[in-house]
Design a binder for this molecule. Structure first.
Ligand code: PLP
Length: 228
């Protein structure tokens, strides 16, 4: 087994154990392999070991890997900050965007989604950590924003995403994810949502305990990242 295959197996065990501890069906927690800065060959290894969904943060890097891996049936997710001038290419080349945090970006993605593709799946990214976290809309702004995004024709608002301020304290981790879950449940009363994108290598157990449906895992699968 390659190291990546071993890591995928280990993360699978962590997800199953966390789901069991929370009395959840582990099939409701999906693995998003976060592959930013990792070479295409590592994604190929991960795909061979069963990963089918990959999350990328940097557009040009993602497009290069998509071209190199065009022979694989990968579902591509964009999870990084989005500049306006990148929306067209994101709308054309991804199935999911987890990092929508303002209406202008959502409107552009909807307008630029090619007609031959199904609606783009999106999550509204919410800041649940106040000033400690840089990206995501304010929790108070989320309901109105979610309604506006849900009304756009070529987007399918699936749910909410967050990146909490890093913490080693499991109770603090859970508290941040609980804030997103509470917001999700409130919004779910009026919108058909099915996705909570939360949890990374350090805090996936806390996220699963608070009902995460996508955990976004990079380091625990691929090892340390090497930024150019
Ligand atoms: C890099 C990244 C991750 C993965 O983080 P790890 O700690 O390496 O698991 C998850 N989500 C987002 C949005 C990221 O940018």
């Amino acid at each position: 087994m390659s190291t990546i295959a071993e890591n995928i197996a280990k993360v699978g065990v962590r997800i199953r154990e966390a789901a069991q501890a929370a009395a959840r069906d582990s099939g409701t927690v999906k693995l998003l392999a976060v592959s930013k800065t990792q070479p295409a060959g590592s994604l190929r290894d991960a795909f061979a070991a069963g990963a089918a969904d990959f999350g990328e943060n940097y557009l040009q890097e993602a497009l290069d890997k998509q071209a190199e891996l065009a022979d694989l049936a990968i579902t591509w997710h964009f999870i990084g900050p989005i500049q306006s001038n990148k929306t067209r290419s994101i709308a054309e080349h991804f199935a999911w965007v987890h990092s929508v945090d303002r209406l202008k970006i959502a409107e552009r993605l909807s307008a630029q989604r090619p007609a031959h593709l199904p609606p783009l799946n999106v999550c509204l990214q919410v800041n649940v950590s106040g000033e400690d976290s840089k990206s995501g809309c304010a929790a108070e702004a989320a309901p109105a924003l979610a309604r506006a995004i849900a009304a756009l024709p070529n987007l399918h608002l699936r749910g909410l995403m967050t990146i909490p301020a890093p913490s080693d304290d499991p109770a603090e981790q859970r508290a941040a994810f609980a804030r997103l879950r509470t917001l999700y449940e409130r919004l779910g009363a009026e919108l058909p949502l099915d996705t909570l994108s939360m949890g990374m290598s350090q805090d996936l157990e806390a996220a699963v305990a608070e009902d995460a449906t996508w955990v976004r895992i990079g380091t625990a699968l691929f090892g340390e990242r090497h930024y150019p």
